[in-house]
Ligand binder design. Structure first.
Ligand SMILES: *Cc1c(COP(=O)(O)O)cnc(C)c1O
Length: 374
């Protein structure tokens, strides 16, 4: 009983261990180079991101939230968005997506999720479109593409911008084989240390195939300069740190492998978990979900979570309180979004990183199958 094994949810030192030697080499290279802002690591990073996503332009930035803010600010500078415009966002998301919208003076309009994908329910988007709607920000939550044909068709018909929040979805593909970052008009990525590809600190990227937007956001991230000491925009300092670019350049070539391993663990959970009290996430053999999280649902979530903890299985909740119920959005508190709120009460994320062996996934599944509701 006391010698029980622990199934670690996530230990970043373990995840980064296979990359440690080349990461240290890359960091020393930057330290020795004397180039601490911009430079060749950033350029290499931007080329790698464009190649990985298939978008024609990639812009390194400070983090994922800034990537989304810069995209929206960029469209405001281009006159394609105006403060007060409505942006449709998923009700079930990490709050950063919504923060980006409100920070730019735009109005977030949350739309309920589907229970199976937990992504925005694209059947419910049309009813949320008003004369002030100008954009949709789908979030590829937990690594699953949120932009289906219905969403893209609707956006085209209503001339809405589609801004992907791809923070959790590097390397994910839709059913047509298009990669996250090259589906909408622009996309924001995060390399926060816990993401599938994580830096050793904050980092992010924007991808787009719109050269005009690319030009504006690359100026905006750097004080709004188009050339030195000439500021065409009231910009920000949201540059990507070359130390982080160097780290990500080591890891990006391994994106497919990292994601394939998560996919393998998800496949084990999907085939092994067989407990009527536990609702598994949708698992489709041919979609390329990158399983940033493997999220199960159960009505007595905290009871289940305690049971797993007693059996050594660490878990997390992504996310307990949806953005519209956060104290910073009193104006959204009155919305009726029961499906998002129910997910907040029912979701639980299982271990699905390099810290979990395939054997662990079988053992965790067996522990889950022994769970009872008393
Ligand atoms: C992590 C995350 C962000 C924010 O990225 P940061 O790099 O932490 O700023 C935005 N949206 C989603 C869905 C995320 O998971």
């Amino acid at each position: 009983m006391n010698n029980k094994k622990t199934y670690t949810f996530l230990n970043l030192a373990t995840v980064n261990e296979p990359f440690n030697a080349p990461i240290k080499e890359a960091l020393c290279r930057v330290a020795d180079s004397g180039r601490f802002i911009g430079g060749p690591e950033n350029e290499e990073f931007e080329q790698r991101m464009a190649a990985l996503t298939g978008a024609s332009c990639a812009i390194g930035v400070s983090n994922g939230l800034d990537a989304l803010r810069l995209i929206l600010r960029g469209y405001i500078e281009l006159g394609r968005l105006h403060p007060g415009d409505e942006v449709i966002v998923p009700a079930n998301t990490y709050i950063a997506s919504v923060l980006a919208v409100s920070d730019c003076g735009l109005v977030p309009v949350p739309v309920e999720p589907r229970r199976d994908t937990m992504n925005i329910d694209t059947r419910r988007i049309e009813a949320a479109i008003t004369t002030r709607t100008r954009a949709i920000m789908p979030v590829h939550l937990y690594g699953r593409i949120a932009t289906d044909d219905r969403l893209l068709e609707l956006a085209a018909r209503h001339r809405l911008l589609v801004i992907e929040d791809a923070a959790q979805a590097i390397g994910a593909r839709d059913e047509h084989g298009r990669a996250a970052g090259a589906i909408g008009h622009a996309a924001g990525f995060s390399f926060y240390p816990t993401k599938n590809i994580g830096a050793l600190g904050d980092a992010g990227a924007i991808t787009t195939s719109d050269p005009e937007l690319a030009q504006v956001v690359s100026a905006l991230r750097n004080y709004g300069c188009d050339y030195t000491y000439h500021n065409i925009y009231r910009g920000l300092n949201c540059r990507l740190d070359p130390m982080q670019a160097a780290v990500i350049n080591v890891k990006l070539p391994h994106t497919a492998q990292v994601n394939a391993y998560r996919r393998r663990l998800a496949a084990i959970y999907n085939s092994e978990i067989n407990n009527p009290l536990i609702e598994k996430p949708l698992f489709e053999p041919d979609d390329y979900c990158v399983w940033h999280q493997y999220v199960v649902k159960t009505t007595r979530r905290d009871h289940f979570r305690d049971y797993l903890a007693e059996n050594g299985v660490e878990t997390l909740v992504h996310y307990p309180v949806p953005p519209h119920l956060q104290p910073c959005y009193p104006g959204l508190a009155g919305l009726s979004l029961p499906l998002a709120e129910q997910l907040g009460r029912q979701v639980l994320s299982l271990p699905i990183t390099a810290c979990t062996s395939e054997q662990d996934a079988y053992e965790i599944s067996a522990i889950i199958n022994r769970y009872t509701n008393d």
